[in-house]
Design a binder for this molecule. Structure first.
Ligand code: PLP
Length: 396
């Protein structure tokens, strides 16, 4: 079976991890933690990077550090990984769903604006956005750079600025993806560095990995300090073992940071493997009727975390039928995420009753991703493309 994803672990990871084991620095103290944080911050061009135990806890930590809590609302895209609305729920706040756009699968700024203008009141005096129906404060928005393609940040930041929303970017799938403000490549910004905070995951299938792990990045000194405190049980800065805030243990281990540092040394190579993979798939799969290939907007560099395609009606087989046939031929694939509003956990809550997000629903029904791992060979890409062409020819 050609797997959907496999990490590439280089020799330095073994070296650094061995050092941790030999010296006994295996917990969350040790030199690899600050080193990984500094190097990650430098790579992105941000002031602060704070390691966490996962992308999920990075999101929770960022929201908690912004003071988001019970009685608040946070806007999230309907088509996303479940950790995004979970992180909002962990704070006691409520996720508000908006639809995505059909070409990049990302949060649609028009839908965001529509929600704000139709469903909210902006209290000029307090500079607060209030949801008309629920009366709760809408505090933040989480643009998710899905499958490696950046969100249209100019529009999102403009709306967020106008209505005093904090922007927490979820860049868990978009390490090294670039956004060109106003379409200007010379002004390129890394995904995760444009909001008040950005969150990354280092799960084994992400662009770089620490096994499990995450990072919060920010340019805001006070926010960084608070995140550092909260992730380590919120010890009072002057008074150890004295606690005035609710903290968490979201500390990454030195062993994980050792792997992360070694992975970060190779990130440029990993991204170029992803770009080559995407170019080759594009070349081999172009022109198949009913198969929509992933796009790259002129204002973005897509890092193709996953090579995500859509199986349209014209293809002649449903997405699920294509997946089944590919599996029979030894090619592993995965479906897109299930929209948040279709999750039983959310459907059972009154406030999500009767909601519908047609773009997210359609993408979730039609979308799948092809083998996209860093260890994928050119021959394997050719095999995948041949099998798809063969299946397409049978249905024509
Ligand atoms: C992977 C992922 C997360 C969660 O990261 P974990 O490290 O698995 O907790 C969050 N958001 C998105 C978009 C992801 O792909």
């Amino acid at each position: 079976m050609i797997p959907v994803n496999e990490p590439l672990i280089g020799h330095n990871a073994l070296l650094y991890v061995t050092e941790c084991l030999k010296t006994g620095w295996i917990s969350s103290a040790g030199k690899f933690i600050p080193k990984f944080e500094q190097e990650f911050a430098r790579y992105l061009g941000v002031r602060h990077a704070i390691t966490t135990t996962s992308g999920t806890t990075a999101l929770h930590l960022a929201l908690a550090s912004l003071g988001i809590g019970p009685g608040d609302e946070v806007i999230v895209p309907d088509l996303t990984m479940i950790a995004v609305p979970y992180a909002v729920l962990y704070t006691g706040a409520h996720p508000v769903l908006v639809d995505v756009e059909p070409e990049t699968y990302n949060l649609d700024p028009n839908q965001l604006r529509e929600f704000v203008e139709r469903d909210c009141i902006f209290n000029e005096k307090e500079r607060e956005l209030i949801n008309r129906k629920t009366r709760r404060k809408v505090k933040a928005v989480i643009p998710v750079h899905l499958y490696g393609h950046p969100c249209p940040m100019d529009e999102i930041l403009k709306i967020a600025h106008a209505f005093h929303l904090d922007v927490v970017e979820d860049a868990a799938e978009a390490h090294g993806a670039l956004y060109y403000p106003g379409g200007n490549k010379d002004a390129a910004r890394m995904a995760g560095t444009m909001g008040r905070a950005g969150c990354f995951s280092f799960y084994a299938n992400k662009i770089i990995t620490t096994g499990e792990g995450g990072m919060v990045v920010t340019d805001d000194d006070a926010l960084a300090e608070k995140a550092r405190r909260l992730k380590d049980l919120a010890h009072d800065p002057e008074h150890r073992f004295f606690h005035t805030e609710l903290g968490f243990n979201y500390r990454m281990t030195n062993v994980q940071a050792a792997i992360g540092l070694a992975q970060l040394e190779e990130i440029d190579r990993f991204i170029s493997i992803k770009l080559d993979m995407a170019r080759y798939y594009q070349e081999l799969l172009g022109g198949i009727p009913g198969l929509t290939l992933p796009r790259e907007k002129h204002w973005a560099r897509n890092v193709y975390w996953m090579y995500a395609v859509l199986v349209e009606d014209e293809f002649g087989l449903s997405r699920d039928e294509l997946m089944r046939k590919l599996a029979e031929r030894g090619v592993d694939t995965r479906t897109f995420f299930v929209p948040v509003h279709e999750q039983p956990l959310f459907r059972s809550k009154q406030e999500y009753h009767g909601q519908s997000f047609p773009i997210a629903e359609a993408l979730s029904r039609k979308g799948l991703y092809l083998p996209s791992g860093l260890a994928l060979t050119r021959e394997q890409i050719e095999r995948v493309a041949e099998e798809i062409r063969a299946i397409a020819a049978l249905t024509a």
